[in-house]
Design a protein around this ligand. Structure first.
Ligand code: C2E
Ligand code: MG
Ligand code: MG
Ligand code: MG
Length: 288
């Protein structure tokens, strides 16, 4: 299972993959019918400010439980959904479901939604986002779209136009998985990002490697220069958290704070009953 959560390259070594995918057309068929069969759900993972320990929002993460195949990791099915085009409908379902959920919260917390390169380049993303915001009544400033750098470079001109249209709607835009692939400084400057999400592979390495720590410090320096807040992804240990605090990292997300769960598990954060003004604090102990 851990292998399925890592970078795409590890998937090659997952023995059950061949079995799961040998009938590729059946797999694509199942993906296309997953929405109407109610097989998708969203889990939510908390995000907190480091200086205050305040939970300010949640990332929505897609889960697929197919009756026959069981639970399938998004790192496995999203690339296939992208290749067969099903990601457009799926991405629309994710956006609508996540915004509708967030609109029910008593507290005006943020909700982050992952956007595929195919949605960015192929669909009518700004129109869809505008429609979903209207439909759900969610304040646009509470919606953050997470976009990976690799999805921008396919057609930089078009990507730039789409991101500016999204900014005009009042939504936030985060660069996801920074530090993987070919991160470029000029992209960070050229695109209207509101936040950098540093990939967990960089965060993980700071514990054991001086070089990785130096790379992270360089990222913080860069972000400061560009006046962009940094969220560290995949924070698992107290040592990682201490490093991030020492480097004045702005925000965190990871198993140390909370694993992705059905939103009901986070009712203490989303509901405002009787303590509307009380700040929501990060848990002292790990949620395992
Ligand atoms: P991502 O957007 O970078 O999401 C973070 C991933 O890291 C999630 O994996 C999350 O469960 C995992 N994670 C969070 N904290 C920790 C930690 O402390 N340790 C470890 N080892 N992992 C942690 P997940 O849910 O399996 O999703 C994997 C990727 O699939 C996501 O990476 C995203 O690229 C994609 N994905 C998930 N949901 C969607 C979606 O609705 N639409 C699109 N287009 N992509 C999605
Ligand atoms: Mg993400
Ligand atoms: Mg991602
Ligand atoms: Mg990420």
């Amino acid at each position: 299972e851990a292998k399925l959560e890592g970078r795409g390259i590890y998937r090659v070594f997952e023995p059950s993959m061949g079995e799961h995918l040998h009938d590729r057309r059946q797999f694509e068929h199942d993906i296309r019918h997953a929405i109407s069969r109610n097989e998708f759900s969203l889990v939510f993972q908390p995000q907190a400010e480091l200086h205050s320990n305040r939970v300010f929002g949640f990332e929505a993460l897609l889960r697929w439980d197919n009756g026959t195949r069981g639970a399938i990791a998004p790192t496995v099915f999203i690339p296939i959904a992208e290749e067969c085009g099903a990601i457009l409908k799926i991405g629309e379902w994710v956006l609508r479901t996540a915004c509708a959920e967030a609109a029910t919260w008593d507290r005006p917390l943020g909700v982050s939604v992952n956007v595929s390169a195919v949605q960015l380049h192929g669909g009518n993303l700004p129109e869809l986002v505008e429609e979903v915001l209207k439909e759900t009544g969610l304040d646009p400033s509470r919606l953050e779209l997470e976009i990976t750098e690799s999805s921008l470079i396919k057609d930089i001109g078009r990507a730039l136009a789409v991101l500016h249209k999204l900014k005009d709607l009042g939504v936030q835009i985060a660069m996801d998985d920074f530090g993987t692939g070919y991160s470029s400084l000029s992209n960070l400057r050229a695109f209207p990002f509101d936040k950098i999400k540093v990939d967990q592979s960089l965060v993980r390495a700071v514990d054991t490697s001086d070089e990785a720590a130096a790379v992270m410090r360089a990222v913080f320096g860069l972000a400061r220069g560009l006046k962009l807040p940094v969220l560290a992804e995949g924070v698992e240990t107290d040592a990682e958290l201490s490093f991030l605090r020492a480097e004045a990292c702005d925000e965190m997300q990871g198993y140390l704070l909370g694993r992705p769960c059905p939103i009901a598990e986070f009712a203490q954060h989303t509901s405002g009953e009787g303590k509307a003004a009380a700040p929501q604090r990060l848990r002292k102990h790990k949620l395992r």
